[in-house]
Design a protein around this ligand. Structure first.
Ligand SMILES: [Zn+2]
Length: 303
């Protein structure tokens, strides 16, 4: 695996404590560490007095209490949600009920493409299918409060409804799970799509914000350069898949073993889905062929 991304895994924040990460932005870490969530999910509080929350996080009593405690004496007017995975949005109804804030997101959870016959959403347990925003944001929409201005940046790929949020006053981007300093995210069909994910990276590469605050882990510094690394990493992954197919390998488990050296066993299933995401994209582009729809059990070859 060509791992050319300059990952930064330094991140030192105790769960359920409030920390001002940059002037005007506080963060609270949920205590839900895992191979997918790193040290846990970060909720952000934007502004002072009349504030917005980005990603209330999982349905975890200690986290909800810590978040409400952090805004005691203030008014939460807006709740922004980057995407509908269970580590980001299930606390929304509780925070909304406690604060009366309006909930803004791209839309409810949905797969990136129609399900194939007999196909189940494979990481279904990770999806918050109950989520509904009060207001569906469109790409480029700007929402403002006292001292903060947030632009919605549609970034589908990790999920179809993923949005990043640019905070104009601080020249930073809340990047959700789209771009993170410690790892690349899982892009798993049918909820995620590699072609969308790559297009969303290209979209961010054209933006100028130097700092991203992600849903997990520390800030992404020198963000445009980091995004360029992310793009090259995915292109290298695609090249290694094509290389293995050229050598006569045909199935996803074999490709995963060949490409992901030293992989955490807990991530093997997710790696298979990431390879499937690449293969879907390659089949669409006519660079790889398979019988019927691309599937996790499918056989693949060069045309
Ligand atoms: Zn997440």
């Amino acid at each position: 695996m060509s791992d050319d991304i300059p990952f930064d895994k330094s991140f030192d924040l105790a769960p359920e404590t409030v920390e001002e990460v940059v002037p005007g932005v506080r963060r609270v870490l949920a205590d839900n560490p895992s191979p997918f969530t790193f040290k846990g999910t970060l909720s952000y509080i934007v502004g002072r007095g009349r504030v917005a929350i980005v990603d209330p996080g999982p349905l975890d009593e200690a986290h909800i209490a810590a978040l409400l405690d952090a805004v005691r004496g203030e008014t939460v007017t807006h709740i922004f949600v980057t995407h509908t995975h269970r580590d980001h949005s299930p606390a929304v109804p509780r925070i909304k009920a406690a604060t009366g804030a309006v909930v803004l997101a791209e839309g409810p959870h949905r797969p990136a493409r129609p399900l194939h016959v007999g196909e189940a959403p494979r990481l279904d347990a990770s999806n918050d299918t109950d989520f509904r925003p009060d207001h569906a944001l469109h790409d480029g929409e700007v929402i403002a409060g006292p001292g903060w201005t947030i632009e919605a940046v549609a970034t589908p790929g990790h999920t179809a409804n993923h949005m990043a949020f640019a905070l104009k006053e601080a020249d930073l981007l809340f990047s959700g799970d789209h771009v993170m300093a410690w790892s690349t995210p899982v892009v798993a069909p049918p909820d995620g799509a590699m072609s969308d994910y790559m297009a969303s990276l290209q979209k961010l590469a054209r933006r100028s914000e130097p700092v991203y605050l992600p849903g997990h882990g520390g800030a992404v510094r020198d963000a445009p350069r980091f995004v360029a690394h992310y793009i090259r990493h995915r292109q290298a992954r695609e090249a290694s898949i094509l290389h293995r197919l050229a050598k006569g390998e045909t199935d996803i488990p074999t490709l995963v073993r060949a490409i992901y050296i030293g992989l955490d066993p807990r991530l093997v299933k997710a790696a298979g889905l990431s390879v499937l995401a690449h293969l879907e994209d390659l089949v669409t582009r006519g660079l790889v062929v398979t019988e019927g729809e691309p599937s996790i059990a499918g056989r693949y070859r060069l045309p």
